[in-house]
Design a protein around this ligand. Structure first.
Ligand code: AMP
Length: 178
């Protein structure tokens, strides 16, 4: 994987959305065709033999590579969305993230126990969003759950991986400090 290309194209925006947050802006990775391909190729390779039948993307930046990956793996794509966006009956989870409380929802009929599920987001910070998504997906009792993110944000007091269930394999493309 061309890590250098990805790191060169990842934009940092200080103090967004509030003072003190170093926002890792993946829009600059998404808009670059070479970066988009590197990320999709790498994740496809990592999950090709895992029999993934559903990719769950976390709104909204998890939808971009999540949907590409679902297509490449021959899997379906499921959206984890912010409250009130999904039209059907949903399961809900509320959690604390790096800059505030949030809730995510998933359709109650989105996944079946026969599925093997990959949950994908752009970035792992506190791990709160991913943990909430894992809790939602676990309600369906799928065969297995995998987790991927493009970026793992590491800094003092921040270790998103450690809050996730130790049984769930977590794979990230880039580890970024601070
Ligand atoms: P967390 O739940 O704390 O792991 O936060 C991860 C979610 O919040 C992801 O959906 C990210 O898009 C977003 N997020 C949190 N912190 C940042 C950050 N510093 N830069 C970019 N996105 C972030």
């Amino acid at each position: 994987m061309n890590t250098k290309l990805l790191l060169e194209n990842l934009r940092n925006i200080p103090d967004f959305p509030k003072p003190g947050i170093q926002f890792k802006d993946v829009s600059t990775l998404f808009k670059d065709p070479a970066c988009l391909k590197v990320m999709a190729d790498e994740l496809e390779q990592r999950y090709r033999d895992k029999h993934i039948s559903k990719v769950v993307g976390i709104e909204s930046r998890g939808f971009v590579i999540g949907a590409i990956l679902a297509d490449r793996l021959g899997a379906g794509f499921v959206m984890c969305r912010k409250p009130g966006k999904l039209p059907g009956a949903t399961f809900k989870a509320t959690y604390l993230k790096e800059y505030g409380w949030d809730t995510i929802e998933i359709h109650e009929d989105a996944i079946s126990p026969e599925d093997t599920v990959l949950i994908h987001d752009d970035l792992l910070a506190t791990g709160g969003s991913m943990q909430a998504a894992c809790d939602l997906v676990a309600r369906f009792h799928p065969r297995a759950i995998f987790v991927s993110s493009l970026i793992e944000l590491r800094m003092e007091g921040l270790d998103g991986r450690s809050v996730l269930n130790a049984d769930i394999p977590v794979d990230t493309l880039l580890t970024v400090y601070g």
